[in-house]
Write a protein that binds this ligand. Structure first.
Ligand SMILES: C[S@@+](CC[C@H](N)C(=O)[O-])C[C@H]1O[C@@H](n2cnc3c(N)ncnc32)[C@H](O)[C@@H]1O
Length: 282
């Protein structure tokens, strides 16, 4: 970058501590990764895989390194077995995570012990009530980084990767709880997620970012089921929040399956959407 100072960090950069070159690489719309799922670089994946969709801590770290500075605070209202929380520990950020399922939080704490990492703050509860949780609401966050359920995707019969791993096609919902957003019908899921994000917005600093992972569902006759588009449309109703664009996460470790062969086209979803929003008002 032409006006880059010696340190590599632009003096007017209030967002992160990246050099111009690092900032540029992050702007690519596709993020292809093949993180190890065994050994020390997997950050306890063998334990975390009790969860049906754990996120790689290295990917969460990469996002936090762009959207916060060292020492910044990150909130994850759907933290599962702690991909975000582990990522925060890897890059010197502070994080608070919420999940309904105590077993997932226990796994996260076990992984911290095994990896020699001090645990971040993790709270058992329903994200609908995050504003009333003292461990959550007592501070302002630089970033909300979260990977909520994908509407009712996990309550459907499993195919592809899930079926191959378990040998079963039974659904793998995150929890059996009626409070689990993953057990809600599609339209209700989108509206409850919007309400939860609205309730978290006062905790986000002005110009802070909201980063949401999501996946599309297979289209049906009734609806295209492009969940990423429906979330963006729904979040337009949240005052002060502006959609800034998205990155596609391409997970190269996911295998291809001949769904529909030899009769019809059925897409293999090897990617997820990383939707990026910014709070524009205080
Ligand atoms: C896609 S997973 C998140 C996985 C996480 N990124 C990880 O690395 O493990 C979604 C999580 O949301 C949780 N969840 C669903 N409904 C919730 C609610 N109402 N409040 C809090 N957590 C909820 C589920 O238990 C599940 O762990």
């Amino acid at each position: 970058m032409t006006d880059e100072p010696e340190s590599g960090v632009h003096p007017k950069n209030k967002l992160n501590s990246l050099s111009g070159k690092e900032w540029l690489y992050f702007l690519a719309s596709v993020e292809g990764t093949a993180y190890p799922v065994s050994g020390p670089e997997s950050y306890g994946h063998a334990l975390r895989r009790v969860h049906p969709s754990p996120k790689p801590p290295q990917l969460m770290r990469r996002l936090m390194e762009f959207f916060t500075k060292p020492g910044g605070w990150v909130l994850d209202p759907f933290c599962g077995v702690g991909g975000t929380l582990l990522g925060a520990s890897l890059c010197g950020r502070n994080a608070v995570g919420i999940d309904l399922e105590p077993e997932f939080l226990n796994v996260y704490r076990l992984v911290c012990g095994a990896e020699g990492l001090a645990p971040q703050i993790s709270v058992e509860g329903d994200a609908r009530h995050l504003a009333e949780m003292p461990e959550v609401a007592g501070r302002q966050y630089d970033l909300i980084l979260t990977d909520p359920p994908y509407a009712g995707m996990m309550t459907r019969l499993q195919s592809g990767e899930k079926k191959k791993k378990t040998g079963l096609d039974a659904p793998t919902p995150f929890t059996q709880s009626s409070m689990d957003l993953g057990n809600l019908p599609y339209a209700e899921f989108v509206s409850v997620l919007r309400d939860i994000i609205s309730s978290a917005l006062p905790l986000l600093k002005s110009k802070g970012h909201l980063v949401v992972f999501t996946k599309d569902l297979q289209p049906t006759v009734e609806h295209h089921n492009m969940l990423h588009a429906d979330i963006v449309t729904s979040f337009r109703q949240i005052s002060g929040l502006r959609y800034r664009g998205c990155k596609i996460w391409y997970d190269k470790t996911v295998n291809l399956y001949p769904f529909g062969y030899p009769h019809a086209f059925v897409a293999n979803q090897l990617h997820q959407y990383i939707l990026i929003f910014r709070k524009e008002t205080s």
